[in-house]
Write a protein that binds this ligand. Structure first.
Ligand SMILES: [Zn+2]
Length: 177
């Protein structure tokens, strides 16, 4: 598992081009209190930043943990562990943003519906059919678990329009690290 002495208070939002965003996350195998603490801290960070979804790598945890709240409210938070998507249907083009890519928004083409199989915070399996925004968010977050960002899915024109902002983030990251 993650290190025993992990202090979740030290978790912080990771932004492009932090390399952890590019490494595929490992599955959660044991449901320790630490996993709950990570999900709780992720929820806090997501809500504080007005996000509707957040994946482990975005807080520096390379584990397959996702939190989602479509309303942006705490009572609607869902924790998805080791999510697996299937049964993709339809096509949706929606403007997306990402807490790891602040200031960038672009239209992304994804499936309009899919089925999600995941484990909850107690390790219990559940299945849900996601449509519209829910389907988009689970696809966006599952991409994060596989080291993919929404900018990888843009057409060449949208990609071009993001180039300057990405370059600037790359420069700032280099200066800080
Ligand atoms: Zn994102």
């Amino acid at each position: 598992m993650v290190s025993k002495s992990l202090d979740t208070n030290k978790l912080r939002l990771r932004q492009y081009p932090d390399p952890i965003l590019r490494s595929p996350a490992l599955p959660v195998e044991i449901f320790t209190p630490e996993v709950s603490a990570i999900a709780e801290k992720m929820t806090e960070i997501m809500l504080a930043n007005n996000g509707i979804g957040l994946a482990g790598p975005q807080v520096g945890i390379s584990r397959r943990i996702v939190v989602i709240s479509l309303s942006g409210k705490r009572e609607d938070v869902e924790v998805l562990i080791n999510p697996v998507l299937s049964n993709f249907q339809g096509i949706s083009e929606m403007e997306e943003g990402c807490l790891s890519l602040p200031g960038i928004r672009a239209t992304v083409r994804r499936s309009a519906a899919c089925t999600v199989k995941a484990l909850d915070i107690n390790g219990q399996e559940f299945v849900l059919d996601a449509v519209d925004l829910a389907a988009i968010v689970v696809q966006h977050e599952t991409d994060h678990l596989n080291g993919r960002l929404f900018i990888d899915r843009l057409n060449s024109l949208s990609r071009l329009s993001c180039r300057r902002a990405l370059k600037q983030m790359e420069q700032e990251f280099q200066e800080k690290n």
